[in-house]
Design a protein around this ligand. Structure first.
Ligand SMILES: C[S@@+](CC[C@H](N)C(=O)[O-])C[C@H]1O[C@@H](n2cnc3c(N)ncnc32)[C@H](O)[C@@H]1O
Length: 108
């Protein structure tokens, strides 16, 4: 596995990612939402969204009229995010596979 490219690693750990970070990041996610002061109807771009663990927190704030777009380079992490979107029936959550270093407005 490459030491400089983290994506194969994230592909490998994707199925276990949520379990392994749950207790670590959840407080930070809530605090981030508090500081962002999101409002209903806003569109949020979550770059390197991973498995989409931020989505539920974002959606609680932007509501059904808002939109969350997640991007990540790891197909494995995005597969988990897509599963989460489908399981929760989120109609206003989307994910795009893309390298954060080469994002451009044309992708959205
Ligand atoms: C520690 S995880 C964080 C995931 C998510 N933001 C969260 O809060 O749980 C880092 C994420 O960055 C992604 N990543 C790393 N390099 C990237 C790149 N160049 N472009 C897009 N995503 C990248 C990985 O695939 C992984 O999903």
């Amino acid at each position: 596995m490459s030491k400089t490219n983290p994506i194969p690693w994230y592909n490998l750990v994707a199925p276990l990612y949520d379990l392994s970070v749950k207790g670590v990041y959840n407080r930070a996610r809530r605090e981030t939402m508090r500081q962002l002061q999101l409002e209903p109807g806003q569109t949020v771009l979550d770059i390197a969204c991973g498995t989409g663990e931020n989505f539920k927190y974002v959606l609680e704030n932007i509501g059904k009229s808002g939109t969350i777009i997640g991007t990540d380079y790891s197909a494995g992490m995005l597969a988990q995010a897509r599963r989460k979107i489908e399981k929760n029936g989120w109609q206003n959550a989307y994910v795009i596979q893309a390298d954060a270093r080469t994002l451009s407005p044309a992708m959205f």
